[in-house]
Design a protein around this ligand. Sequence first.
Ligand SMILES: Cc1cc2nc3c(=O)[nH]c(=O)nc-3n(C[C@H](O)[C@H](O)[C@H](O)COP(=O)(O)O)c2cc1C
Length: 223
Amino acid sequence: MNDDADIWEALYTTRAMRRMRPDPVPLDVQARIMDAAVRAPSGGDAQPWRFLLVDDPEVKARLAAPYRESVAMLWRGHYADQVAAAAADPESETSRRFVRLQASVQYLADHFEDVPLLLFAFTRNDRDGGSIFPAVWSAMLAARAQGVGSALTNVLDIFRPDTTRAVLGVPPDRGWDLKATVALGYPRGRWGVAPRRPAHEVTFRNGWGEPAGFTADAPLWPR
Ligand SMILES: Cc1cc2nc3c(=O)[nH]c(=O)nc-3n(C[C@H](O)[C@H](O)[C@H](O)COP(=O)(O)O)c2cc1C
């Protein structure tokens, strides 16, 4: 089956794909992902990035425990209220949505060492990540264009940055900050359009709160 996507399909169907087949991502596919990624914009065209690809099972295995610890900290910290709310009222739509997300996030954590390819994105002099995330997203779109799924994560850079840097041999004194870890692999599931709050509800025109001038109740792709 041909899973290649054009730009519109890639924009609409690049979801968080956390369940992946074990098949490796061929080097020529990886080359196209990275070659597309480095076309991305960055402030002053500084291109303040280094990317580190990991497909060595030993390296992945050394990062699996820190990744799982990080996700555990996420549930105990940032998402503690939502975990408690979902337990208190499991039937509500909000709870169901959260529990689905939690199960998917936890699945990736539980299978971290089985992810075929990991992409670590580093930047420097770029505190808010504005000069690295366009390249990361381009990599994810270029992956999608070739039928490769991806999941953007940042728990390692939040909770275990030093361990991750040590495992990956990142020089400690050159200012490289880990900003994202992207899991890459051929998906087990199917591609689908990401459900989101409609564009016209979050878009204003000429003044805050003013109507956007268009409505898009249903996704405009496919036409
Ligand atoms: C800045 C950022 C950090 C994220 N961190 C994680 C993460 O640590 N673990 C994870 O499984 N997903 C992570 N995600 C993925 C989001 O959960 C996902 O994009 C969101 O739930 C929408 O998913 P969907 O496109 O499949 O609807 C992150 C996404 C972004 C943009």
